[in-house]
Write a protein that binds this ligand. Structure first.
Ligand code: NAD
Length: 376
């Protein structure tokens, strides 16, 4: 492996760590034509940044993303920052001729997402949104079964995404509570994932109707100087009509007491059904009417066979993989696409289409009634 792809990352915390781990691990397990070189890391806090770079092996540091995206020794910019920064960093990086990986939700609004998609297309660079759940082997298997017609006509796509980290009213304010930094709350954070999976597995959404709530309206400021207003939704639910006639429901809440990161999909078709639960991500439940009637029932497929997507790079059957592997698979596919000069999905167009659904659901939750999702 003689070729190199020089990577720069912006953001040093949760996603910064997950993506760094992926660049470290990917060449150890996959045969790639080009090796990722962890060239530069960028953050806002100098002590955090130095510690992060040292721990994960980023060769150099920058305090300014504006300088970072202009560097000649950078090929790929990986954006792991709060949502308000995605558009300016991605557009500047694309204009500087860099490939871009951007965390989800792609942007604060569909308007921003369109700017990102257009800038990336004009620059002719590779672009990807980090919807990492598309790289869970069980989700890819679900897509294969659907594409093979095993579910027949899909009638329902029901998604719940439950977390409970905000149940405590003394949990302090972070950027995720502020619409000016996040665009929305649980909605853009969690429904973004399930809307992307809905588009991947079922198809485009035509119209939505939603409701939202902020249950704790003031939270302590993290510097101890009092409290501040929460402006981003704690929960947003919506129902949807797909263009192919299926019905959908999407539930995102950070107030599901006892649930930690419970993302569950239920897909019902004319010939069969699928159930996926992220907290048991090595498994896929499958029901098929094609089975002999007396033996029908949901069966649990343990998605750890060498024939299952990505698994041959890992362990023998039954030796399960984890959440961090989804990021390794994601950067694997991106690095391959960069090397081959091919597109990779979900790209910024997918990010835009997802954001259009999110914007419509938010508008409906504020204004009431059904809101149509643009066709293009
Ligand atoms: N794919 C997933 O499963 C997943 C999970 C969590 C978060 N996310 C997404 O990842 C992104 C980051 O979330 P997080 O949980 O890592 O947040 P975080 O708060 O843990 O980290 C954000 C980082 O961005 C840095 N940052 C913010 N503005 C900056 C700027 N102008 N210049 C340089 N650095 C800046 C902060 O200093 C911090 O290091 C968000 O878009 C979030 O929605 C995705």
């Amino acid at each position: 492996m003689s070729k190199e792809i020089n990577v720069a990352i912006v953001g040093t915390k949760f996603m910064g760590r997950a993506h760094s781990n992926a660049y470290i691990d990917v060449p150890h397990f996959f045969d790639l034509p080009a090796r990722p070189v962890m060239r530069a890391a960028c953050g806002r806090n100098v002590a955090d940044l130095k510690g992060f770079a040292q721990r994960f092996g980023w060769q150099t540091t920058e305090m300014s993303w504006e300088r970072l995206v202009e560097r000649d020794d950078v090929d790929l910019v990986d954006i792991c920052t709060s949502n308000v920064t995605h558009m300016p960093i991605a557009v500047a990086a694309a204009k500087a001729g860099k490939h871009v990986l951007c965390e989800k939700p792609i942007a604060m609004s569909a308007k921003e997402a369109r700017q990102m998609r257009d800038a990336a297309r004009e620059a002719g660079v590779r672009h990807m949104v980090a919807f990492n759940y598309r790289r869970v082997p069980a989700i890819i298997l679900a897509k294969q079964l659907i594409d093979e017609g095993k579910l027949g006509t899909i009638r329902h796509f029901n998604a719940v995404y439950y977390q409970d980290w905000l149940v405590d009213p003394t949990f302090p304010m972070v950027w995720r509570h502020d619409v000016k930094e996040g665009g929305s709350g649980a909605h853009g954070d969690m429904n973004a994932h399930t809307v992307d999976l809905a588009r991947y597995l079922v198809g485009e959404v035509e119209a939505v109707s939603g409701a939202k709530e902020i249950f704790v309206k003031e939270r302590p400021l993290s510097d101890g100087s009092g409290t501040g207003p929460v402006t981003a939704d704690d929960a947003l639910y919506f129902i949807a009509r797909f263009r192919n006639g299926a019905l959908g429901s999407f539930t995102a809440t950070r107030f599901a007491t006892g649930r930690k990161n419970y993302l569950r999909l239920e897909i019902f078709g004319s010939e069969g059904s699928l159930i996926f639960n992220l907290e048991r991500l090595n498994e896929l439940e499958f029901f098929s009417l094609a089975d002999e009637e007396k033996a029908q029932g949901f069966r649990t497929i343990v998605v750890t066979e060498g024939s299952h997507p990505f698994i041959s790079a890992w362990w023998p059957p039954g030796h399960i993989i984890g959440w961090e592997h989804t990021f390794i698979h994601e950067v694997h596919d991106l690095l391959l696409a960069i090397d081959k000069g091919e597109s990779v999905h979900p790209d910024f167009h997918d990010g835009l289409r997802c954001q259009q659904v999110l914007d419509a659901a938010l508008e409906s939750a504020i204004e009431g009634g059904w809101v149509e999702v643009p066709a293009e």
